[in-house]
Design a protein around this ligand. Structure first.
Ligand code: 5RP
Length: 229
């Protein structure tokens, strides 16, 4: 702000864009230089100004060997990288073994490219061969019984409430929801089943932020034994 205030160039329309870029850079750099220290967790927002802050952050991490964890709040991710529990021949995934499926899916959906990294143990020709625990489905707590019954009735198998290791109660997700692990019996048309499950009240509504999600994604994957993407 100081620099802009004292330059006549700022008032020239032809230079306004350049000056604005310079101002954004100054602001981004100043924020990182004055407020970010080693061993911090930093939220990274969205927009064109934040790009300069990220550039500066990267520079400082390199030069000063800082240990910084960044949490994106942006919908502008270029690449998202994540693991998976099982990958079938059509590159359809089961994810959510760790219970973070909703956030993972949101982050992946915000990225231009989604890369799944998986080792050979997760490679299968049809889902269910490797990951025996079923497809994780995040549900609103009050709905877990009807959702579980509906899934079993419509698609077969059994959708079991995931319990905490201590057995003291159900696993509660970061979104305060429960998880059903659906142990399916037959090979399904995953695209159709995906949509059908999302339509069951309690697993998905278009306006509710505490949605649900059963995770299988068509995507790319790679592993030491598989070089294709
Ligand atoms: C967590 C996930 C994980 O990506 C998935 O469970 C794979 O984990 P790991 O790489 O430890 O085998 O979906 O919800």
């Amino acid at each position: 702000r100081h620099k802009l205030k004292h330059t006549r160039l700022f008032r020239s329309p032809s230079n306004t864009d350049d000056m604005a870029e310079e101002a954004k850079k100054l602001a981004g750099y100043a924020a990182v230089d004055n407020h970010v220290q080693n061993n911090q967790v930093v939220g990274v927002g969205s927009g064109s100004t934040i790009v300069y802050a990220v550039d500066r952050l990267a520079e400082r991490v390199r030069q000063e060997k800082l240990n910084i964890v960044c949490v994106p709040t942006s919908f502008q991710l270029d690449v998202a990288i994540d693991g998976a529990d099982e990958v079938d021949a059509a590159l359809t995934l089961i994810k959510g073994g760790g219970g973070c499926l909703t956030q993972e899916k949101i982050v992946a959906s915000c990225a231009k490219h989604f890369i799944v990294i998986a080792d050979f143990r997760k490679d299968s020709s049809a889902l269910g061969q490797q990951w025996k625990k079923g497809v994780p489905i995040e549900v609103i707590p009050m709905a877990y019984v009807p959702v579980s019954r509906t899934i079993a009735k419509r698609f077969g198998g059994e959708a079991v409430l995931r319990m905490a290791v201590s057995k003291a109660g159900p696993v509660v997700t970061d979104n305060s929801n429960f998880i059903l692990d659906w142990k399916f019996e037959h090979i399904h048309n995953w695209k159709e089943v995906n949509i059908a499950i999302k339509m069951i009240p309690g697993t998905h509504t278009h306006t509710h932020t505490h949605t649900h999600t059963h995770t299988h994604w068509n995507c790319c994957w790679c592993s030491p034994s598989y070089s294709g993407l």
